[in-house]
Design a protein around this ligand. Structure first.
Ligand SMILES: *Cc1c(COP(=O)(O)O)cnc(C)c1O
Length: 407
């Protein structure tokens, strides 16, 4: 008989966003006239930058004429895009990354989820942040690298706790951890890591023959000049770190789909006998076997993100969300809440002083505002709420008026 993958059954049944959606549906059914404002799920709300729309339209026109039509593209992305990214995102910041180390994909969720396929089925230790973007954990659970969950934590994982004491940036672990997931600016806490904090992880990875998977999906929100945008701004990171980027939050591409993963030529893991194994050929093999590239019009739209007009438009887009974030942060602080994030991040994370889900229900029922309970991101999220700046300024202002009137 055909057997199901038994590891899927270990995944915690109530996926965070489906639970939220169910509670919102229930509320809306009972209060059909309520005008809900959603500051919950991390999806952008503003239109694509005009430079991207123009580039995509032009590319669609090319696809409609035999002379300019394109079929399958290069499987790791068109050179025009890989070269643009290498220059704009990395070389311009002093990070030595070349075009052939950039792998264009349909987004960072897939890549952060799929990357674990390059590692052994077991026999090494995985460290994840707590609170955490659930993709890092669940994909390793599905692959059978953990035991069962108890009390919201899977046996076999090392949880790097983020809390007020460490400013939501954990230090490298004490013992041996072989694979480390990091995300800065962080989802859900909004915390950012300094150069020194990232350097401590790079040093740890060298000393422990470990690998860092660095998710930089929110780098475009960094406004503080001293904060690194890429782990490759840290000397020595090339050999020990893979970086994931996405245009989803940078340029409003959540529905358009384009991201990229950086696997430096000298980035390594190890074979059982301790010999070095380069990662790039493995990722190339994985991509050419299981992926056939991002559509040409989308890659042209992605290229336009880095044009002069595109950069200006993306900056304005992100600035708009950051202005919302500032408003959320300042109004919560005025109410006496201690907040994290919202300055170099679209997320504001704060301690509610009560149960996360109870606070979520209070905001839903009394203010008709949808947020995200921190407990859904891990044990360290208990008592916290994440508010997202992804909405119009008007909606954010109205939501904050309502929230502040009931607190
Ligand atoms: C939104 C987000 C991404 C981006 O995912 P895409 O698949 O590129 O849309 C990646 N990582 C984190 C932590 C995110 O919040």
């Amino acid at each position: 008989m055909i057997l199901a993958n038994p590891h899927f059954a270990k995944i915690q049944a109530s996926y965070l966003f489906s639970t939220i959606a169910a509670r919102v549906r229930e509320f809306s059914a009972a209060h059909p006239d309520a005008r809900l404002i959603r500051l919950g799920i991390g999806d952008v709300t503003r239109a694509l930058p005009p430079a991207c729309v123009e580039a995509m339209q032009k590319a669609v026109g090319e696809m409609g004429a035999d002379a300019t039509f394109r079929g399958y593209g290069p499987e790791f992305g068109y050179d025009f895009l890989r070269e643009t990214i290498a220059k704009a995102d990395f070389q311009s910041r002093g990070a030595d990354i070349q075009a052939d180390e950039i792998f264009v994909s349909d987004g960072a969720k897939c890549d952060t989820g799929n990357f674990q396929e390059l590692f052994a089925a077991g026999g090494f230790t995985i460290g994840v942040p707590d609170p955490v973007y659930p993709v890092y954990v669940d994909t390793n659970v599905m692959a059978g690298r953990t035991g069962a969950a108890a009390d919201g934590r899977y046996a076999g994982l090392v949880y790097l706790e983020s809390d007020e004491a460490n400013g939501f940036v954990p230090a490298p672990p004490e013992g041996q951890v072989d694979l480390l997931y990091l995300c800065f600016p962080n989802n859900p806490t909004g915390a950012t890591a300094t150069r020194e904090q990232l350097a401590a992880f790079v040093d740890y990875a060298h000393e422990h023959k470990a690998l860092i998977l660095f998710d930089a999906a929110y780098e475009a929100f960094i406004r503080d000049e001293s904060i690194p945008h890429s782990i490759y701004e840290i000397p020595g990171a090339r050999e020990v770190a893979v970086e994931f980027r996405s245009l989803s939050k940078t340029a409003g591409f959540t529905g358009t789909r384009c991201g990229y993963t950086v696997v430096p030529r000298d980035c390594r893991v190890f074979a059982e006998d301790g010999s070095k194994v380069l990662l790039a050929p493995l990722w190339q093999r994985r991509m050419s076997t299981k992926f056939n590239g991002v559509s040409y019009p989308v890659q042209r739209a992605a290229e336009a993100v880095f044009s002069e007009a595109g950069r200006r438009q993306c900056r304005e887009l992100v600035d708009g969300y950051l202005a919302n974030a500032k408003l959320i942060r300042e109004r919560l602080q005025a109410k006496g809440f201690k907040t994290t994030g919202g300055d170099n991040s679209p997320y504001i994370w704060f301690n509610t002083g009560m149960d996360s889900w109870a606070f979520f229900d209070k905001l839903l029922n009394e203010a008709q505002v949808v947020t995200t309970p921190g407990a859904g991101f891990g044990r360290c999220g208990n008592g916290y709420i994440r508010i997202s700046a992804f909405n119009s300024m008007q909606n954010v202002a109205t939501a904050l008026d309502r929230i502040c009137s009931i607190l």
